[in-house]
Design a protein around this ligand. Sequence first.
Ligand code: NAD
Length: 497
Amino acid sequence: MTYILAQASPELVSYLKDLHPEEGLLLDGSMAGARDGALFDVVDPASGEVLARCADACVEDATRAVDAAAAALGPWSATAPRERAEVLRRAFTLMVEEVDDLTRLISAENGKSLADARAEVLYAAEFFRWFSEEAVRTEGGFGVSPAGGTRTIVTHRPVGVVAMITPWNFPAAMGTRKIAPALAAGCTVVLRPASLTPLTAVALGRILQRAGVPAGVVSIVPSTRSAEVSQTWLADPRVRAVSFTGSTEVGRTLLEQAARRVLVPSMELGGNAPFVVAADADVEAAVTGAVQAKLRGGGQACTAANRFYVHADVVETFTEALGAVVRDLRVGPPLADEANQLGPMVSARARDQVNALVEEAVQAGARVAASSSCPQEGGGFFLPARVLADVAPDAQVLRTEIFGPVAPVVAWQEETDLLRWVNDSEHGLAGYVFSQDLGWALRLAERMEVGMVGINRGLVSDPAAPFGGLKQSGLGREGAREGIREFQETQYFSVAW
Ligand code: NAD
């Protein structure tokens, strides 16, 4: 038993017992163990100890999930939109009711602070509410042929069975952001969560069951056999779409597989967000934004600010002020103390990769301007948050998605240099601009090759806004009206008049 299970959270122990992840597969409306009985360990990153064991789906389970989804597709897509909306609305209510349990669960398996986990649960639940409202806004078109004689009716139909693969960094939101619009559109779903954080997905499965999602409409298939499961799904003629969130590298592999069967792709991939501070920026607001954009979830967010371009006039003030916040950060096991602001990295591998990037940057001439504390005992995957100053504009650390609490700061003077540096990335997910001249900020934002820009704010995620990237950050959008379109295809009827 870890300190978490034994001491810090008896509520979590009891929730985990009820969850019973050893039978964590949601298949054809029932919770089940893997067909071959396999289990895998889920590790608490704050202690390195095993938190729970989870059913480890095999290829046969993956196929059973598609059997159930294919059988459920006809009846589910034929339900009244209002009926689908009400199921989603119930899922929203149940998630909000369970916010405390889900918060602890996310912190326990992912390592993010309780405050960040709570914010994630509420953000994740909003997708159920938003798409319960979108489900009933079906729209189409009616046209008169220019030559007369015929009429055109345009409609949007559900794409069919969708295979979904999600990452570990937002174990609740990455699931709901896909499941909610797919269900609203009338699709059925098979979902494989990341094996570092399967428990939240198991809990989501339970919530969807209780919300009244019919058997087979959603299957949740935790598995360590990631490539086998996704290959099975993408090769299955009954699957029509693939929706993936994760790294650009894995996204490319899945796109290649999807191309063989011309599947409808939706890809939310890696980022390398620039964070621009102008000479006239409100530096205090910029620091607040930087903390939000950099330290949420320990910097393990695709929208995390990765490169800080700060005007030379304010670079010292900004670096000092950000450094002061970083020095004061409370770092420690999230469940041990609600006041802990920064938890561990998700795994030892993730921690080592971030530390290696910092070492490389320092060898290339960067200076560690500030560093937070870091627990030395307890076996967790902790590392200190750091601010790096004097970073060269072509440093490797600016070209890599850091995915950790490290803020490299580069001074800029000329706008032409700034724009070149900002756009010098194969990624184009998010970016941030801080300036008191809104016109300047908007003109810069328009020229930034990214899908989302936070202007004078460090957060861009919003269920009502189209989330997604340009360039190699992905294809398609999640959330907003656009989110449902990812799971619909256009059809038209040419009618003799
Ligand atoms: P990852 O690509 O390693 O894994 C994502 C998922 O794919 C996991 O479930 C993993 O088990 C699975 N996977 C890994 N290899 C696979 C394979 N060969 N075949 C099929 N599935 C496979 O990414 P990660 O480390 O879990 O997450 C971090 C990455 O996700 C970062 O690059 C981050 O930017 C990105 N991300 C993007 C968004 C977005 O909305 N754009 C959101 C969150 C995370």
